[in-house]
Design a protein around this ligand. Structure first.
Ligand code: PEP
Ligand code: MN
Length: 365
């Protein structure tokens, strides 16, 4: 379906001029002291928009669910003292009213909320008649229509200062990152809504303070407009998302290390060819990462076979793989022989890996 949003280009006056726009602050507001200390340090390194979770959507009950409205006056103090804009997550109409009452400057809708059209509609209705800037995180599941749908609901309620936050997608299997970036979805969002600013959230994608720089760099190379990064005066003591938060000083190092490349080729806008090539590069990276994950599993299989005294080559299984992959190829409009050739190579490599593992185990005995 065609999507068209009526947008205003300025999200917040005075912060849009240079890439990346940076939003930083703790995952959660915990105490007045923690909020103010962190805010002072962030302001000192030049951050203009301060984030803090007041109401926290947690996967399981019983963990810290945010301080609630008592934290809002702390954000007012941040504004007064540092001049930074403030931003919080909202998920209900009540959150919206409270945030507006305490002069919060920008709101975001969390990934779990974006996945729920009833909740998004409630938030949109509560915002009717305001000109609050709203950022919409991608839903937890990789569904672009759901993401765009949330933006449309807000736009139809008259919200024109809109942006998106790309925070990655939940996956069941273990991957390098906490959430799978699936960059192609953000790229496709940009293709569908070229005027919409897109902010990357390397904190929730990576889940690890050591990986913030590499994810941020990738986002900048894909021409994202900004970054939202969780920063805490003392990450080790954070009440939520401790592993992924960085100190304001660490954040400064990350921002200093980022290489911001020019999106323009001469005076011409980025060409379609470049966008297509970027998609190819990303897909190739994913193919290689999948191959690596597959080989790792082969090695575990080798261990199992060794321990249970089974041969490496199980011809029936190999036949099944080839038949099944040929079918999948045809279902996906690929030539079956082409895919068979690739799987012959993959299988050969997998057998050779299994051989090495078995030999190693045997030699250890
Ligand atoms: C957050 O920004 O702290 C948060 C809860 O993020 P998400 O909705 O992306 O999980
Ligand atoms: Mn968080």
């Amino acid at each position: 379906m065609e999507s068209k949003l009526e947008l205003e280009t300025i999200l917040l006056p005075g912060v849009e001029s240079r890439r990346p726009v940076v939003i930083a602050g703790p995952c959660s507001a915990e105490t007045e002291e923690q909020v103010l200390n962190t805010a002072r340090e962030l302001s000192a390194i030049g951050v203009k928009i301060f984030r803090a979770g007041i109401w926290k959507p947690r996967t399981r009950p019983g963990s810290f669910e945010g301080v609630g409205s008592v934290g809002l006056p702390w954000l007012q103090k941040v504004k007064k003292e540092t001049g930074m804009y403030t931003a919080v997550e909202v998920a209900t109409a009540q959150h919206v009213y409270e945030a507006i009452k305490y002069g919060v400057d920008m709101l975001w809708i969390g990934a779990r909320t974006t996945a729920n059209p009833f909740a998004v509609q409630e938030v949109a209705d509560a915002l009717r008649g305001t000109d609050m800037p709203i950022l919409v995180k991608n839903p937890v599941n990789p569904d672009l229509e759901l993401w765009i749908g949330a933006l449309e609901r807000l736009n139809r309620a008259g919200i024109k200062r809109l942006g998106a936050i790309h925070r990655g997608f939940s996956v069941y299997q273990k991957i390098k990152y906490r959430n799978d970036p699936q960059w192609q979805l953000a790229i496709e969002l940009h293709r569908r809504l070229p005027e919409l600013p897109i902010i990357n959230d390397p904190s929730h994608i990576s889940g690890d303070s050591e990986l913030i720089l590499e994810v941020s760099q990738q986002a900048m190379d894909l021409n994202f407009d900004g970054l939202i990064i969780e920063s805490h005066e003392c990450p080790a003591r954070a009440w939520s998302d401790a592993k992924q938060q960085v100190t304001p000083q660490h954040l400064k190092m990350i921002l200093d290390d980022l290489v911001i490349r020019d999106a323009q080729i001469g005076d011409k806008p980025r060409t379609e060819l470049d966008e297509l090539r970027q998609k190819i590069d990303l897909l190739d990276k994913q193919i290689i990462e999948s191959l690596a994950a597959r080989m790792k599993i082969s090695e575990s299989i080798a261990k199992y076979k060794y321990e249970n005294g089974i041969t490496i080559l199980q011809s029936k299984r190999y036949d099944e793989i080839l038949q099944n992959r040929r079918q999948t190829a045809v279902q996906n409009n690929l030539d079956a022989d082409f895919v068979t050739k690739i799987y012959e190579d993959i299988h050969e490599e997998s057998v050779s890996r299994q051989n090495s593992v078995m030999n190693e185990l045997q030699n250890k005995k």
